[in-house]
Design a protein around this ligand. Sequence first.
Ligand SMILES: Cc1ncc(C[n+]2csc(CCOP(=O)(O)OP(=O)(O)O)c2C)c(N)n1
Length: 454
Amino acid sequence: MKHVGLNVAADLLFTAAYSGVSGGLVFVVADDPGMASSQNEQDTRRYAVAAAVPMLEPSDSQEAYDFTVLAFNISERWGIPVILRLSTRISHSCTIVEHGNMPIAAPDPGFKRAPEKMVMIPAHARPAHKRLRIKLEEIRKWNEAEGPNLTIAGKGKPALISSGVSFAHCREAAPEAPVLKLGMTNPLPIGIIAAFARKHGDCLVIEENDPYLVTEIRGEGVNVRGKEKKFRIGELNVSRVKKIISGDKSPDPEPAKGMPPSLCQGCPHRTVFAILKEMNCLVSGDIGCYTLAVLPPLNAMDTMIDMGAGITVGLGMRHALPENEARRVVSVIGDSTFIHSGITGIVEMVYNPPATGHTVVILDNGTTAMTGLQEHPATGRKLDHRKTNRVIIEDICRGAGVKNVQVFNLPGKADKFRGELKKALDSNALSVLIARQVCLLAALRIRKLEKAQE
Ligand SMILES: Cc1ncc(C[n+]2csc(CCOP(=O)(O)OP(=O)(O)O)c2C)c(N)n1
């Protein structure tokens, strides 16, 4: 998952750390410093500390492979979830990887009852927390003695401490500098770090995103320097790392302006947003290709915060705004996002209906377009495109208690959609209008797949 995915999985992460795992459990999480395609720049390394789980940070493709194996070994040995923390460049880079021959022992099949470990009531969780802290201390000792950390001799000052992709930038920016490369960044091998700092005196921590390493290392009483505050924002690269090392305070060059992203020509979302704009709606949007409707020429989205919030923020606006504005609020959410985290919003809408009612538009393009046309439960196909049961979105809404649920096949039924939207906004009813038209790119691919299966 990416960093924001871990927010959704965080509940599991924290409590699985207590309950422990009997097989291997590795969370592969890719951060997106610079926000190439994300809504925030959060740093997953804070999660590892907060949840008290080990974390490995590979610096290249080979290490991504090797550390995955290591992460599973650590997870199985100590019965603890492990985070493998990647970032944009590690995830997007491609190099030849040599893989080992890993004999995979067949796990013991069957369920072993151990409610004191698997049922996290407070009476079980209290000793579980103690067990977790003991495990973590053992892992810290292991990391000091045999962890995947590397000291590279060199000359000159400052000496560098780094991890992940920043290590690769360090090597290119200052090939002569002594470097301590940390492979496991929670729990930290503080003994190794302290010895390195003692030896070199002036040590500079080079890291992307938050000042995580520098804060943790200083917290252990080791005196190291960190980057200037401005480098907390955006991705690092070789020239930015050179600037950090030399203390160069000159502004970064403006990135070349690319063409702004926009919805594809012929995208079914366009029709809906043109109508919402024409009707001067206040649009509580969600995450997907359709978020691009916020940009010109559509300029037809007013809020977007996280997956599922299209419905719930829209409900909040309906409750809080004066009636003339509340009536114009429409929640918009994609089909995949609806399945992922929109259903609870529908339940909330039925349970706590705003006085002016509410209207939710579900943009059903039959795919998860934005992240690469993945299938989802409402497409009726599994991720490998094999046929399976289809979850019917309209049945979910009706089942939750929404009376006015209508499906429109766009763009043919655009006028009908416009008329029904107007009626819904004028009434105090709860309405779900499903705008259905398959994404053209998905349709093309499905046709190809079906042809290949003939
Ligand atoms: C918590 C979280 N998980 C995953 C993502 C990545 N993500 C971005 S858009 C999207 C789904 C979009 O699908 P859909 O709602 O069907 O809209 P479409 O792109 O097809 O228009 C996902 C999973 C995210 N932004 N946040």
